[in-house]
Design a protein around this ligand. Structure first.
Ligand SMILES: CC(C)(COP(=O)(O)OP(=O)(O)OC[C@H]1O[C@@H](n2cnc3c(N)ncnc32)[C@H](O)[C@@H]1OP(=O)(O)O)[C@@H](O)C(=O)NCCC(=O)NCCS
Length: 152
C-alpha cells in the first residue's frame, strides 16, 4: 500500500490519463465510455472527480459531479481488476465523503443496475440505502437502483 495516492482528476489530469482510464474499462460490459464521457463538463466535476494511483498505475477512479444539487453524484466508480478486494473501492467512497464534508454537501448519490449484484452488495456494505428504483432511458431495459449515503 506504500505507493497509494489520491490524485484530483481536474481537466488536465483527466485528459493526460485518458488512455489509461479508457483502457481500464475497456472489457467491462456495463459501460461504453469514451473521451466525450470522461471530458464532458458538468457542475463541480473537476472538484469531485479523483483517482487512486499505485505508483504510475491508476488502480481506481471516481467520476462525479453535482448533478443532483447538494450531493456528490457518482457517474462512474471503478476499481481495476487486479486491485479489487483490497479496500480500494472503500477508499474511493471515503474520499467522496471527505469531499462532501469539504464542500458542505449532504452525501453521495449514484445509480447502479439492480443486476450488478456485487456492486449493490458493496454499496450496501458501506451504508448506502436504496432510495428509488429507476426504469428510464438511462437504465435501458433493466432497472437501476438510486443509492444514497447521507453524511449525517
Ligand atoms: C464494486 C467495486 C467498486 C468494489 O471495489 P473493491 O475495491 O473490490 O471493494 P473493497 O475491497 O473496497 O470492499 C469494501 C467493502 O465492501 C465489501 N464488499 C465488496 N464486494 C461486496 C459484495 N459483492 N457484497 C457485499 N459486500 C461486498 C467488502 O467485503 C468490504 O467490506 P469491509 O469494509 O467490511 O471490509 C469493484 O468491484 C468494481 O470496480 N467493480 C466494477 C465496476 C462497478 O461495478 N462499479 C459500480 C458501478 S455502479
Amino acid at each position: 500500500m506504500n505507493n497509494i495516492n489520491i490524485i484530483d482528476l481536474d481537466i488536465a489530469t483527466m485528459e493526460n490519463n485518458l488512455p489509461q482510464l479508457i483502457n481500464m474499462i475497456n472489457d467491462w460490459p456495463l459501460v461504453n465510455w469514451g473521451k466525450k464521457n470522461f471530458m464532458c463538463e458538468l457542475p463541480g466535476k473537476w472538484n469531485y472527480s479523483f483517482a487512486i494511483t499505485n505508483g504510475k498505475r491508476i488502480d481506481g477512479f471516481c467520476i462525479a459531479s453535482e448533478k443532483i444539487t447538494g450531493f456528490i453524484y457518482i457517474h462512474l466508480l471503478f476499481v481495476a481488476n487486479i486491485a479489487r478486494g483490497k479496500g480500494m473501492g472503500k477508499l474511493l467512497i471515503n474520499e467522496a465523503l471527505r469531499r462532501c464534508n469539504e464542500y458542505r454537501l449532504n452525501g453521495v448519490v449514484l445509480r447502479c443496475p439492480i443486476s450488478n449484484k456485487d456492486a449493490v452488495g458493496f454499496y450496501q456494505q458501506l451504508g448506502f440505502v436504496i432510495s428509488q428504483i429507476l426504469c428510464d432511458d438511462i437504465s435501458g431495459e433493466t432497472p437501476d437502483y438510486l443509492l444514497k449515503l447521507n453524511l449525517n
